[in-house]
Design a protein around this ligand. Structure first.
Ligand SMILES: Cc1cc2nc3c(=O)[nH]c(=O)nc-3n(C[C@H](O)[C@H](O)[C@H](O)COP(=O)(O)OP(=O)(O)OC[C@H]3O[C@@H](n4cnc5c(N)ncnc54)[C@H](O)[C@@H]3O)c2cc1C
Length: 491
């Protein structure tokens, strides 16, 4: 029986063991913290429960697939519902949009609010779908770094249709061309933040992202986002995967220039393959200090980080939904400050996620659990102790202004997560949320592959490697890494 050793139990480090265990591998997972899930974790504060990281869930079929692989009925193990409303948007000039997730509902609401033709929006969603269909097989489903994958029919189709993918425009330029309302340009530009990028730099191909939210839908797991790692962890245990918590891996051991094991808490453990779900930058810098690192990949610009406040709020807000965005008045300035000046505007866009809208037990009766997220740059040594109170004050002022209420007086419980502590808790380099940014048209090719080119038997999964960050892509990275292992090890 072949043995796989996995470093980290983030979403990629949970899905990869399931895929290898069903193929007969003995799998052991070594996790530095005391729980599985990585960035997908939870916290309780005086009767309020919060998911600490991701709040938006798309493509649940990728979780279901793991149960199907194990011969189980996903519906018996993982329960989620499709959300009828994708997001509530608020602008400083008084415009509001409660966006239905179905394309027709969304287009009708846009037509009514912004006096634009609904057909423009529907045509745009159709374009997003066709871009997604053209590129899914090329960029998302298999390694970009194995020559034979370039000879596939779907890849050749993608290449032939490259002119339709807006590779030579930015996302913002695409949206300005397609949308007649500046509010809608801003709304669609925000999809760049789904992978921590800048719409004023990211290539137009990323304007396909709304396809996920509007054509395929957004979902809410019955018990909150924490259900996602919990159900996969349970499945992995049932398949015989062994988990070791409080087990920080110190070194990846190489023998005859191949990965042959790991050192944890001073003890050496051998295996046939080693898979790192740790961010790829510290994997090389800390666990392989004597190996030549792939500098070009490691020096890619990182995605943005976030400042998150977890607020227990003493009353309910019927005007808010599960997902809410309060836009900044100057979006271009916000992204310039984030990506070029390493700082944060004094009028940041504020996202509020309120899981208690769907999961009533997440807040005491008559109250709400507000997860507030402001995009901030990665940790480059900024004076966070000075910046954080400023951002907090600006956030409270903005929400109080736009909700016409004194928000500060409603905060009963409070905690926060910020770039330094995200990095400390998950080892994500600079506290970035999604690994490297997609701010140039070569980003997908420069992201680290799911295997090491120099060290045979060493593989990678998770948000810092191909195909990128976010739950769906991490689940796909697990599939790509497991498929590569099964292929390579059978040779
Ligand atoms: C605030 C926030 C909001 C987000 N919002 C969304 C969202 O709405 N939707 C979405 O899809 N995505 C979102 N994301 C991104 C998403 O959370 C990540 O892309 C994904 O969870 C990363 O999973 P991963 O497999 O890369 O592992 P990670 O979650 O990065 O976990 C890595 C694990 O490895 C462990 N580890 C690291 N080094 C070692 C070592 N040496 N030894 C042992 N263990 C080690 C860590 O402790 C950790 O548990 C968000 C992220 C954050 C932080």
């Amino acid at each position: 029986m072949k043995k796989a050793l996995i470093i980290g139990s983030g979403i990629g480090g949970l899905a990869t063991p399931v895929r290898l265990a069903v193929k007969g591998y003995a799998v052991e997972v070594f996790e530095a913290s005391d729980h599985p899930g990585g960035k997908l974790s939870e916290k309780n504060l005086g009767g309020f429960r919060f998911d600490t990281g991701p709040s938006l869930f798309t493509l649940p079929a990728l979780v279901d697939e793991l149960f199907l692989l194990a011969g189980k009925d996903p519906a018996q193990h993982f329960s989620y519902t499709r959300i009828p409303e994708s997001c509530r948007y608020f602008w400083e000039d008084g415009f509001r949009l409660a966006a239905g997730s179905q394309p027709e509902d969304f287009a009708a609401a846009c037509a009514k609010t912004f006096s634009v033709p609904a057909e423009d929006i529907l045509r745009y969603f159709a374009e997003c779908k066709s871009m997604y269909d053209l590129t899914e097989g090329v960029f998302l489903e298999r390694s970009l770094h194995r020559a034979k994958n370039y000879l596939r029919k779907d890849v050749l189709r993608g290449v032939m249709n490259a002119w339709r993918l807006h590779l030579f425009r930015t996302m913002h330029q695409v949206h300005r061309k397609r949308m007649k309302s500046p509010h809608l340009v801003q709304l669609f530009d925000r999809f760049a933040t789904y992978n921590g990028s800048d719409p004023y730099q990211a290539p137009g191909i990323l304007s396909m992202i709304p396809h996920l939210e509007h054509n395929l839908g957004t979902f809410f797991p019955k018990g909150g986002m924490i259900d996602i790692p919990n159900v996969i962890y349970k499945l992995a245990l049932e398949l015989g995967v062994k988990f070791h918590f409080n087990a920080p891996v110190e070194t990846i051991i190489t023998q005859n220039k191949k990965a042959s094991g790991i050192r944890v808490n001073g003890k050496e453990i051998t295996g046939d393959v080693v898979i790192s779900n740790m961010d790829v930058v510290p994997t090389y810098r800390r666990l392989l200090p004597n190996e030549k690192a792939p500098e070009k990949s490691l020096q890619q610009e990182r995605s943005s980080s976030a400042l998150i406040f977890y607020w227990g709020i003493s009353r309910q807000f019927p005007e808010l939904g599960l997902h809410n965005i309060f836009f900044s008045a100057d979006y271009e300035k916000e992204f310039r400050m984030l990506f070029k000046e390493n700082s944060v505007t004094d009028d940041p866009t504020v996202y509020i996620h309120i899981s208690s809208k769907y999961c009533k037990t997440d807040a005491p009766d008559g109250k709400e659990n507000w997860f507030i997220l402001v995009n901030v740059p990665g940790n480059n040594g900024q004076d966070w102790d000075a910046l954080i109170p400023q951002i907090r004050a600006n956030t409270i002022a903005k929400l109080s202004r736009m909700l016409n209420t004194d928000v500060a007086s409603l905060i009963e419980q409070e905690d926060r997560w910020e770039p330094r502590t995200i990095e400390r808790d998950t080892f994500s380099y600079q506290g970035s949320l999604y690994g490297s940014a997609s701010n140039n048209r070569y980003a997908a090719f420069l992201r680290h592959p799911n295997f090491s080119r120099r060290i045979p038997n060493l593989y990678f999964c998770g948000g810092s490697v191909h195909p990128g960050g976010g739950i769906p892509l991490c689940l796909r990275s697990a599939k790509i890494a497991a498929d590569l292992i099964l292929e390579d090890q059978s040779l």
